[in-house]
Ligand binder design. Structure first.
Ligand code: GCU
Length: 836
């Protein structure tokens, strides 16, 4: 009996485990469900075979209603059981019930939903649309939105894809949630359960295509074993209406096919691609198409043969056209060996320079996929000028859900407001309203296709993206690709309700944190349009402003002792401002009309330049970094206020990340401020920069088995110096007398957590252990950590409410492990409420 009871409770626990795998599709019971009287008693899924999204819709409705109302509805195919939820396509609905006038208002993938009358009616323009309607209905129920509705919903654009940057070996480029769900050890996976689950998630936010492999594509995807695998993946996703696409390597005919060339105008190459494409379509008859990164960052492309990018794109277009496929051709083409000593050189000019003369030369089934800004997913960029340059070419915007330059899912950054700014930006082409969202939909320049792509990079981690809160970005991406007019905060609200339930405090707190998160991150990473000041030569995570300059990558800041910023004006600079339409160009050309948040993107100014706020640029830097990091500290307190209001599993998981972010935001703040202070020698008016009254520097403690270490970059260590054990087997001890007044403090230790070792630490006061920990963030955080002491590995642990007496002996014992020499930077004694 006890066994049965245990077994049952275990089952219940498993059924409700909040590990994030159910994301926003939890279908948890809702409050006031009893008020919802008109529960239909059955589901009628019209005309559906098992692989049809309409069949899936029936299953999903059954599953969702069971979860929300605890009521098991039968699914039957007959058209006369009432009241029912009827779901099907326009055609099937007409066959079963006769007229359907609303069909006229439906566009491809659109749906009609009505809860008027006895029945709930969900009719899709196509099968996929029917499934979207079912998900929409369930989303309403799961949010306790029970009012009667009747409406048509159509997508803003036909292309709503995600890109995965998964490699054949199972790793994921810029992925922060574990290995690939698509590939393992060089091959397509055999178990597609998780692939189907991902497709389900994507369908619920109306994503209709997915490119499953890295844009830096591996030719072995084209082996017959892997092509068979593609068939398997497509089969797993088809019931969700998610079409498969793949990235191609331009040189495949040569490196994989054994031809002597990959020249796109060589008939043998053309024939090779046509043949490969036919083979793939035999396995995946409804393949969405190809994605191609050519002549970019070392990837092969048509320029090798003096052919144009359009020649290259059209070669794939010819191969896919007979199958109805499309070619997403990336505009991310630039020379990564440009010379910074030439003031006029500018990577931001590259896309327009490469593509402007090709407008009108791309086949109709080619879509040029353009990153939102001219450089590379930075914390702030203006909209890419290419959006208004291409008028006779289909275009799509490329966004990034995976937070490559925005904290790699270890920092909370809700991205919808960033995307909104770009999508709503008016490019003013020909002085006519030309919002980016209306250009990419095809509307503004009357193009037949266009839309959205976002790099997502989910992995095998139960949370999908490695962080529960980061999932708001995936949700928002889908919702905004369908309807860019949706408001960031409203979308967030729906996501919170679906993910965490109805508690008002939970709603208010997560909303507040999320809406503050992008500005906070911008404040402590890189502001005034200077880009994310991260290490662009290494992991793109922690601070390293010097890495931006002095190399050919072109993410330059041109910072020297007096001045900073890229002069992109036409009159003195790189001419980039002139790539915009005259009405926009004139705003950016003039320093007085350029918004402060893009000042250093377009202008090179002295540090003492006055902003519109009246502050100097440098003082703004200092203040913003302090403000941003201070906001990140409040996220921890805000999250803690939700204890008991959220399940323990997700509460703890998020708390860990918020605590990490709070610590790392201080690393960012101090590092960037110290760097620019050193460079400019202009002191912070508030005297904070370089002045840390609560710290005991590790290098100033009495050391045994430890030695000092000059950290590089220097500004990623307080006082530029840390301590490391004298060998990788020596236990180190650092001691000091506490000189602060007796009282209660939060004691924080800044240390470096390297990949390749799990050092152990013990902190004590007068031999009273305050805390012990292990340097194992590489296991817990999922981002690409560092093998060095730097801004990526720098981190902090805090022990709260510690009783301290003046004169106490502070001791840290560090036990190295692997390559990790138990490195420590400093220890802070923080009076209540002080952020360091
Ligand atoms: C960024 C990113 C690369 C990626 C590239 C791309 O530079 O760091 O990993 O391959 O963008 O979008 O092609």
């Amino acid at each position: 009996m006890i066994f049965v009871y245990l077994f049952l409770s275990l089952l219940a626990a498993v059924a409700t485990a909040e590990d994030g795998s159910r994301a926003w599709l939890r279908y948890a019971p809702v409050p006031q469900a009893d008020n919802y009287r008109s529960h239909p008693s059955s589901i009628i899924a019209l005309n559906s075979t098992k692989s049809s999204p309409v069949y899936t819709a029936g299953q999903e409705l059954q599953h969702g209603i069971k979860g929300i109302f605890g009521k098991q509805l039968g699914i039957n195919g007959t058209s006369n059981s009432r009241p029912a939820i009827i779901v099907g396509t326009v055609d099937a609905y007409r066959k079963a019930y006769g007229n359907f006038d609303e069909a006229d208002g439906l566009e491809e993938d659109g749906f009609f939903l009505s809860t008027e009358g006895d029945n709930v009616v969900i009719v899709g323009q196509n099968e996929r649309g029917a499934l979207y309607g079912a998900f929409d209905y369930l989303s309403r129920l799961a949010q306790a939105k029970f009012s009667t509705v009747s409406y048509v919903s159509n997508p803003h654009a036909p292309i709503r894809w995600v890109n995965q940057w998964d490699n054949m070996d199972g790793s994921i480029e810029r992925g922060y949630a574990g290995p690939s769900i698509f590939f393992q050890n060089g091959f397509v996976v055999t178990n597609t359960t998780r692939v189907a689950e991902y497709a389900r998630l994507l369908a619920s936010i109306r994503i209709n295509g997915i490119v499953i492999n890295n844009v830096n594509a591996n030719v072995t995807l084209l082996s017959s074993r892997n092509m068979d695998g593609l068939g398997r993946l497509a089969d797993a996703m088809r019931p969700y209406g998610v079409q498969l696409g793949i990235s191609l390597n331009f040189a495949s005919p040569q490196t994989f096919g054994g031809l002597s060339t990959f020249d796109p105008l060589d008939p043998a190459v053309d024939a090779w691609w046509a043949n490969i494409t036919d083979q793939i379509y035999t396995r995946v008859p409804d393949m969405a198409g190809y994605l191609v990164k050519a002549n970019s960052e070392g990837q092969p492309g048509p320029l090798t043969y003096n052919r144009t990018l359009a020649d290259g794109a059209n070669m794939f277009a010819r191969a896919t056209k007979p199958h109805g496929g499309i070619v997403m051709f990336r505009a991310f083409v630039y020379d990564n060996h440009i010379n910074e000593t030439n003031w006029k050189n500018d990577r931001a000019n590259a896309a327009v320079d490469f593509f402007k003369d090709l407008d009108g030369k791309f086949d109709d089934n080619v879509v040029v996929q353009i990153k939102y800004g001219p450089i590379d997913f930075q914390v702030r960029e203006p909209a890419s000028p290419l959006f208004s340059t291409l008028r006779k070419t289909n275009t799509a915007i490329e966004l990034q859900v995976t937070q490559e330059y925005l904290g790699q899912q270890c920092h909370l950054v809700y991205l919808a407001p960033l995307w909104k700014e770009i999508l709503e930006f008016d490019m003013k082409a020909d002085d006519r309203p030309s919002k980016v969202k209306d250009i990419i939909s095809g509307e503004r320049f009357s193009r037949p296709i266009g839309g959205f792509a976002a790099v997502v990079n989910v992995g095998t981690n139960a949370t999908w993206l490695g962080s529960h809160l980061a999932m708001s970005n995936l949700y928002a991406y889908g919702i905004m690709a369908w309807d860019p007019a949706a408001q960031s905060e409203e979308v967030l609200g729906s996501w919170i309700r679906l993910t965490f339930g109805f508690n008002r405090d939970v709603m208010d707190t997560i909303t507040d944190m999320s809406m503050k998160s992008w500005p906070a991150y911008e404040n402590y990473s890189g502001n005034l349009g200077i880009q994310t000041l991260t290490d662009i030569l290494y992991t793109h995570f922690g601070p390293n402003p010097a890495s931006q300059d002095g190399n050919g990558w072109g993410q330059w800041t041109r910072a020297d002792s007096f001045s900073i910023g890229m002069d992109r004006t036409v009159k003195n600079g790189t001419g980039n401002a002139g790539q915009y339409s005259p009405a926009v160009a004139q705003v950016y050309e003039n320093i007085n009309t350029t918004p402060d948040n893009l000042l250093l993107w377009f202008h090179h100014v002295n540090y003492t330049q006055r902003l519109k706020s009246g502050k100097t640029a440098i003082q703004h830097f200092y203040d913003a970094h302090y403000e941003g990091a201070a906001t990140a500290q409040t996220f921890v307190k805000q999250w803690e206020s939700l204890q008991g209001k959220i399940d323990a599993e997700r509460y703890e998981h998020v708390l860990f990340r918020q605590t990490y972010q709070a610590g790392h935001s201080l690393v960012w703040r101090d590092s960037i401020n110290q760097f620019y202070y050193n460079l400019s020698q202009i002191p912070d008016e508030a005297k904070r920069v370089g002045n840390h009254p609560y710290r005991i520097e590790a290098e100033k403690m009495a050391l045994s088995g430890y030695r000092t270490y000059a950290v590089n970059p220097f500004h990623t260590a307080s006082g530029y110096t840390a301590i490391v054990t004298t060998s990788n087997s020596t236990v180190g001890t650092a001691t000091a007398n506490v000189t602060f007044a007796s009282g209660t403090y939060d004691v924080a230790v800044n240390y470096y957590d390297l990949i390749g070792g799990k050092a152990r630490y013990e902190l004590s006061l007068n031999n009273r252990t305050i805390g012990q920990w292990t340097g194992d963030l590489e296991d817990k955080l999922g981002h690409a950590p560092s093998i060095y002491l730097d801004g990526h590995s720098a981190t902090r642990i805090t022990f709260r409410g510690v009783e301290v007496n003046k004169g106490d002996i502070l001791k840290i014992v560090g036990k190295p492990d692997g390559i990790e020499p138990a490195p420590i930077d400093y220890i802070s004694f923080l009076p209540p409420g002080v952020a360091d």
